[in-house]
Write a protein that binds this ligand. Structure first.
Ligand SMILES: Cc1cc2nc3c(=O)[nH]c(=O)nc-3n(C[C@H](O)[C@H](O)[C@H](O)COP(=O)(O)O)c2cc1C
Length: 202
């Protein structure tokens, strides 16, 4: 939007998602680096974004990347010192309007589908009171594994949302299905969820 008092001033961003709280859980896949673009896109729309990471995710991208993009602490562990008096898995999920898991690994999809809560991300998903959007990403053979298909199918039947992976170039230097949806597609899916009332409740 141009400032009429000073047409040369930088355009003010339209903060369409101001007031929304979004949790982005990053898991351990090579597509983790693309989640930086997703997080930046959410922040640019005015959303408050908190990133949580599995320990495998931190092998691919550092918490500092997301801390810089969100200007917030990144949470990485259920047992972190700072979380003892204020269980983050409860306070963060209580405040969230949307919970994005990207990349959603075969491991994390399996854990959620079976009700496991043995790390910060899976425990937070378990306590989420908002829509949960999964963006799976994995090698084609993993993606085609009927166990993954069954786990994802049961999650979708329970109301979990999916941004399906695409076909394309994979980190294992092959072309096939399992490539995480592009950041723009994930942002568009987030928009659809946030624009769909009710604001909370899966
Ligand atoms: C180089 C490398 C790339 C990987 N990429 C993926 C991937 O894209 N998708 C996936 O499901 N697992 C992938 N894995 C395996 C996961 O990192 C592994 O299953 C891990 O336990 C996942 O932990 P998390 O779900 O807690 O993040 C990859 C492993 C390595 C070493």
């Amino acid at each position: 939007m141009t400032n009429p008092a000073n047409p040369n001033a930088a355009a003010e961003p339209v903060l369409e998602w101001a007031g929304y709280e979004i949790v982005v859980a990053v898991c351990g896949g090579i597509a983790a680096y693309k989640v930086a673009t997703v997080v930046s896109g959410l922040v640019q729309q005015g959303a408050g974004v908190t990133v949580v990471m599995t320990s495998a995710a931190q092998r691919f991208v550092t918490p500092l990347t997301f801390e810089s993009l969100t200007a917030r602490q990144v949470f990485t562990g259920l047992w972190d010192e700072s979380e003892k008096h204020d269980p983050q898995h409860l306070t963060l999920t209580e405040a969230a309007d949307l919970f994005i898991v990207a990349p959603a690994t075969a491991n994390m999809i399996g854990k959620i589908a079976h009700g496991l809560a043995d790390d910060l991300v899976s425990t937070m998903v378990m306590s989420a009171a908002c829509p949960v959007l999964l963006a799976p990403a994995m090698n084609t053979r993993m993606w085609n594994n009927p166990i993954v298909e069954e786990n994802l199918g049961s999650l979708k039947r329970l109301g979990y949302l999916e941004v399906p992976p695409e076909e394309g170039w994979l980190a294992c230097r092959t072309v096939g299905a399992g490539r995480m949806a592009e950041p723009e597609t994930i942002l568009e899916s987030a928009r659809v969820v946030l624009d769909t009332p009710p604001k909370k409740g899966r």
